[in-house]
Design a protein around this ligand. Structure first.
Ligand SMILES: Cc1cc2nc3c(=O)[nH]c(=O)nc-3n(C[C@H](O)[C@H](O)[C@H](O)COP(=O)(O)O)c2cc1C
Length: 324
């Protein structure tokens, strides 16, 4: 049984699996490996400049003949970087977190499919209004940034499906194995986007300490907050918080964001701690579905095993049997 969906048909991929465009973690090597495994690999350009985009997209386009794409942060990306990306003829452009309109003329002048990541119902309405080809519906379990008052994937995805009509929906947030993929397919989603799981691959551009931390932690060790954005002076709009692993600064400043925002010495203490090596350079972005991530697995292999596990889970469910 192949997991064919409207999404696999639309993008011409074998499996309904997409690797998230993780800023700082998903370069051309990861995207190419995911695409070669039969998923859709996305480069995480976030708000990188056009030169970085060129370097990474040269890598992905050289390493795979399969469909691939690239994702940007709408609140921070330059139209010129998106235009540069389009010169590499990606099969998909994903935008999220902000107004997609400034980028649409350039994207719509090409054949790239437009994936819009949405974190609440207002964003869903907006994404449908601008003609998204695919909605990526992100629940609050997700790693990295997401809605401050986010919905759970299990309830948000069906609510969006009831609104989306024929527009394919991918579920994102809290999916890290084939059972999760099977669950969202059973809800009616056309596939899943996974971030945290793909961070634990050798192709992700994160260091060994991040791999070790992700492998050791459980969902209970993750927390959604603005503290680490504020203390790093990150320019993220406050309506989106980030889910990360535990961090001493979170324990110190939890529920005191307004005070922290005005405390320049706390921010310089944080920078000093990073310089001394007491804190990691970046927080470890990770989602709730981290419990079962205990090994670093090559991305191509991971895509294939996620698809096989999902098929097995769906067969078990329809046969009315329980997992062995
Ligand atoms: C390390 C990391 C970095 C991320 N960076 C971005 C990003 O730059 N742009 C973006 O749209 N989403 C980003 N995300 C969120 C993903 O797009 C996706 O919604 C999320 O990973 C899904 O949840 P999961 O981590 O539980 O799989 C990031 C997620 C992680 C884990």
């Amino acid at each position: 049984m192949a997991l064919r969906t409207v999404f696999t048909e639309l993008l011409g991929v074998r499996h309904p699996i997409v690797s998230a465009p993780m800023g700082g973690a998903a370069g051309g090597e990861l995207a190419a490996a995911v695409s070669n495994g039969g998923g859709l690999g996305l480069v995480g350009a976030s708000r990188a400049d056009a030169d970085w985009v060129s370097d990474e997209l040269a890598i992905v386009s050289a390493r795979t003949e399969k469909p691939w794409g690239v994702g940007f942060l709408s609140w921070g990306a330059d139209v010129s970087a998106v235009e540069r990306a389009l010169e590499f003829e990606p099969d998909a452009i994903m935008l999220g977190f902000g107004d997609p309109r400034p980028f649409l003329p350039a994207i719509r002048a090409t054949d790239a499919k437009l994936l819009l990541q949405v974190t609440d119902m207002a964003e869903v309405e907006d994404a449908l209004a601008v003609g998204a080809d695919v909605l990526v519906v992100q629940g609050a379990e997700s790693g990295g940034h997401g809605a401050r008052q986010g919905r759970s994937t299990l309830t948000f995805v069906p609510a969006v499906l009831d609104r989306a009509g024929t527009v394919p929906v991918l579920a994102a947030g809290g999916i890290s194995d084939g059972r999760g993929l099977a669950a969202v397919l059973a809800l009616g989603a056309a596939g899943a986007m996974l971030g945290t799981r793909f961070q634990a691959t050798p192709e992700a551009t994160v260091n060994a300490a991040v791999h070790a931390a992700v492998a050791a932690a459980t969902g209970a060790d993750t927390e959604r907050s603005s503290v680490l954005d504020i203390i790093r002076d990150a320019p993220w709009p406050r309506r989106w918080t980030a889910r990360t692993l535990r961090h001493p600064a979170l324990d110190r400043w939890r529920d005191r964001e307004t005070e922290l925002a005005q405390d320049n010495s706390a921010k310089s203490d944080y920078r000093d701690a990073v310089r001394r090596g007491d804190y990691p350079a970046e927080p470890v972005w990770a989602g709730e579905a981290i419990d079962n991530i205990d090994a670093v697995v090559p991305a191509r292999e991971l895509v294939e095993s996620l698809a096989a596990e999902a098929e097995a889970a769906l067969l078990r469910a329809t046969a009315g049997r329980t997992a062995e």
